[in-house]
Design a protein around this ligand. Structure first.
Ligand code: AMP
Length: 415
């Protein structure tokens, strides 16, 4: 079934969205890209005369109620986005009455799904590898099914539109689909758009294909980095990863973020890039700071020659130029992860240079796909959102899709 074929009139529809938006210390949304992303699907159901039950997770409450991660904080923003006064159900597992009372054209937002451990389906309080773990896992899987069944019982149809969590087999992203037949479950518009954007990158790649991977750690991105080494012409590795590479090549990185246990991995990436004829662009210089602070003193120095007590927080001028040069001639671009600690206004230069170069390449005809919460925040912070081809709401999901992995959230609907 597709969202355009289904008749929502008089139906209750439970929609899994990704409202995992960043909040500031006062609970104010700092980037609403993900809410905006879900609007077309939500409005479609309402416009057709359906009623909405909207569900999402926020952050990592690890199966416990945490008021700081309550979706109640975003009810007003969701109401404004979809143009109806959204009601709030403070317990997503006990929302049957609120759902039953919904009239056509009304909407109900459920509390954070991850306040229930059943959502993720991971055993709580049992160490992995212990004899109790397997039994606890089995029991939790059963509880997860029950939880998914409860969520499913609120509605006549299910829409999966949370691309950001489509790579997880959670109660609300995949298991719930088992309780709807093929005619009553479908992907939302955002999912369809995201999947098309990934297809644009992967099928008929226009070359040169440049991937820019930034962020803090090598360890969390190594899978995709290795995979990209078989696909791209240019691979730019920037951000905190720079220093693991610099150290691996014998450099001194001072207090910079550096994964000592990934030095061999860094060397093997360098070797594999050479083998594959990939132009690997690593940061050569940096803006080093004498503290992890926006107001720290700074100096420009080689990424592999940082004085003791200093740490690289942003790409230096030489690196920025090298990144921009590789990006500018590209015809396909994937960007995930910032080139520095862009949250500090004094260390945005590297990420801004990357963003500007991506925008210029796009204007010259490249297809650019930006994904991952932080790179999306960068693009928005620098006002470049309208100058890139597609901004994905997915981080991990996008990277897994690019790797060619089947996403459980899609498989649950399409088989
Ligand atoms: P990730 O979640 O791995 O994509 O990492 C994103 C985070 O990496 C952002 O919060 C950045 O502040 C951080 N980051 C980028 N460059 C550096 C750096 N040189 N040192 C420390 N953190 C960094």
């Amino acid at each position: 079934m597709t969202i355009d074929q289904f008749d929502f009139k008089g139906k209750k529809v439970i929609v899994r969205v990704d409202f995992n938006v960043p909040l500031d210390e006062n609970g104010k949304i700092t980037d609403d890209t993900r809410i905006r992303g879900a609007v077309p699907t939500l409005k479609k159901v309402l416009a057709d005369g359906g009623a909405l039950i909207i569900m999402s997770h926020m952050g990592k409450p690890k199966g416990k109620v945490n008021p700081k991660l309550s979706l109640g904080q975003i009810t007003e923003a969701v109401s404004a986005a979809i143009g109806v006064n959204v009601k709030f159900a403070p317990d997503c597992g006990k929302a049957a009455d609120a759902a039953a009372a919904l009239q056509p054209g009304e909407a109900l937002l459920l509390e954070n799904l991850r306040f229930y451990p059943e959502e993720e389906g991971k055993p709580v309080g049992v160490e992995k590898g212990t004899p109790e773990f397997d039994a606890a896992k089995k029991e939790m899987k059963e509880r997860q099914k029950e939880f998914a069944k409860t969520l499913a019982s609120y509605a006549d149809a299910y829409i999966m539109d949370a691309f950001g969590t489509a790579h997880r087999r959670h109660a609300s992203t995949a298991v719930i689909a088992d309780y709807f037949d093929a005619d009553h479950k479908m992907l939302g518009y955002l999912m369809e758009k995201e999947v098309t954007a990934v297809d644009n990158v992967l099928s008929n790649i226009r070359r040169p294909f440049t991937a820019i991977m930034g962020g803090s750690k090598v360890s969390t991105k190594i899978g995709i980095i290795e995979n990209l080494l078989g696909k791209v012409d240019n691979l730019i590795l920037c951000g905190g990863m720079t220093y693991t590479f610099a150290k691996a090549q014998g450099g001194n990185v001072g207090n910079s973020i550096c994964e000592e246990d990934k030095l061999d991995v860094a060397l093997s990436v360098i070797a594999k890039a050479k083998e594959n004829g990939v132009n690997l662009v690593l940061g050569t210089d940096c803006i080093a700071a004498d503290a992890f602070s926006n107001d720290a003193n700074t100096q420009v120095c080689p990424a592999g020659n940082i004085p003791e007590g200093w740490e690289g927080l942003d790409a230096g001028p030489e690196s920025r130029k090298a990144f921009a040069d590789a990006i500018k001639g590209s015809k396909t671009i994937l960007w995930n992860g910032p080139a520095g600690v862009f949250e500090f206004d004094n260390f945005t230069g590297g990420s801004r240079a990357v963003g500007e170069a991506v925008a210029e390449a796009t204007e010259a005809g490249a297809f650019s796909l930006i994904g991952g919460g932080d790179s999306v925040a960068c693009v928005n912070k620098f006002g470049l959102a309208d100058r890139v081809s597609y901004i994905s709401t997915g981080g991990g999901a996008l990277l897994e899709a690019i790797e060619g992995k089947a996403l459980p959230g899609i498989v649950a609907i399409k088989g």
